[in-house]
Design a binder for this molecule. Sequence first.
Ligand SMILES: [Zn+2]
Length: 699
Amino acid sequence: MISNSCSTVSRLAPAAAFIVAAVLPIVGTAQRNTTSTVTNAPRHGIAVANIDPDVKPGDDFYRYANGRWIARTEIPADRAGIGVFSILADRSNKNVAAIIEEAAKSSAPAGSNARKIADLYNAFMDEAAIDGRGLKPLESHLAAIAAIHDRHDLAVALGKTLRADVDMLNNAVFSTPNLFGLWVAPGFSDSERYMPYLLQGGLQMPSRDYYLDETAHMKDLRVQYYTHVAAMVRLAGFDDSESRASRVISLERDIAATHVSLADIEDIARANNLWTRADFAAKAPGLDWDAYFEAAGLGQQKQFMVWTPSAFTGEAALVGSVPIETWKDWLRLHLIEAYANVLPRALAEEQFSFFGQVMSGVQQERPRWQLGVNLVNGDLGDAVGQIYAQKYFSPQAKAEARAMVANLIAAYHKRIAQLTWLAPSTRAEAQAKLNTLYVGIGYPETWKDYSTYEVRSDDAFGNAWRASVWSYQREIARIGKPVDRHEWSMEPQTVNAVNLPLQNALNFPAAILQPPFFDPEAPAVVNYGAIGSVIGHEISHTFDAEGSAFDSKGRVRNWWKSADHAHFEQQAEKLEKQYDAYEPFPGVHVNGKQTIDENIADLGGVAAAYDGYRASLKGAQAPKQDGFTGDQQFFIAFGQNWGSKTREAALRRQVLTDGHSPAQYRADVVRNIDAWYAAFDVKPGDKLDLTPDERVRIW
Ligand SMILES: [Zn+2]
């Protein structure tokens, strides 16, 4: 992934009710305001007005490329941050809002995608109806929890919460509030069939550090979390809210202690654990696994990939030892938190006050219509995406993007052919991976079929519940079936890009293939610096610590020689140290190990894009524009990909929980590229200067 854009978005809370017809003018205004600040439309090329000429590029390249934009831009009150990605996401949301509006006007027949889109949105927007129903939608679910009497019942209840809500390799979703999370993907050893992968879970806060870290900042967050949990329990109508909150949080802390850290979770060797059903009882006693899997609809499944075995052992033991009443309160809290956005506003507001304000520093909730658009993107993403792709992505844009991808792949072929540290057999397999890579551009080849997902115009809670069950049923039905390597893992309206290592595939959604990332009217050098580096980033994941665990067929296989590994590890370690040294807040350092794959991808991406740009010139010089040489434009365009501002709470959270480094350090990766030194006359003594020997060269 190029960016973890979902991580700082708060959950939902109410605002004034909008009807669909009100959407367009509102979005239109917001759009005009935000776009002009970043892209300086209608010029094509680097955004000269964003550059701060008073900053020396060699001292702080990120601020040089983006300083004036940073100075004049304010983070909107309803955001955790702002940047090129979020501004494009706003544009995409505006387009999706228009699609929803059209769907609502069309009086499409019952059961059609258009009717579902309109009904899903309208049911969510009808806050009066949601408030009017109060806690009624929860009644049957709470009654089921109240009826748990023994550990067998508890295992059944926990099994019923299993959802397809994690994704360890494509979209890097490493947490779920349910006890465990399921991901259905091609098998590690049999990449022709879908396998079930299970991941640790059970926490409301983003990771184990939030429960265990002893810094003052984290201790303070935990005090506020306690207040929040007690408030949620009280609002849901339960007595004794404070002692219930203490017990639930104490259980979450015990769960956190069993969790594998984020830095270790991306290690494929640690994740490669095939468990039979008998293994669960033997290796993770405490949970009645037969009851659990039966309730999850997986009673017949004989084998699972267990991503984090130590957490399964630890969490199952807690299911067997912690009082049942505590688990029942844990189930209640997790149910209420999961659906607060479609419950009365007091619950949604309380949730936002913690997860939005405290955890991410967002001052106010987004307008309701934007939350509605997010909801439709989440639950009917392909239905909207299909229309989006048709309306907003031209065949010409697709053809031009495809040509650029081909140039980047050619650049990688060349680089790999010249790498002396790779053994010939390793080089051959790396080339084979490039040859068999499927590159999806704009939109998927096939679309999800929503015909069995029931949407009602007057049932926001039920729609959300059924969406989560529908998606889970769809995923478990795929287990054992043949793999479709061309299947996508992102929607066309998403501003991001992704590498799917088990399919040896890349997806570049339509929404990222637009200015300022990709502008057919801009000088080629600018497109190479901007979208070219993004494409190069995704290709690089094919060969990073994670990607290199998989061969050209997507199987887990060690196709590297030990000398290859030794060199790779040594260079990776150098890069880890470079990032460990970055300190966004006093005492808070970037985690070089946790971010290593993304940093390598940034480095490989910009290096390959640079080669692609040089090759496209066929020996000529790129024309100067606005006084900048071709090389300068290339690096500035790359640096401007990362122009952004993030609130402190959200940035602290990113440092702890995201595989991507904070934006400013991503721009500064150029300090490893020789051509950058020449382009900006960077000299020893400049803050970003590295001696040629200190520069990291991997791909
Ligand atoms: Zn990435």
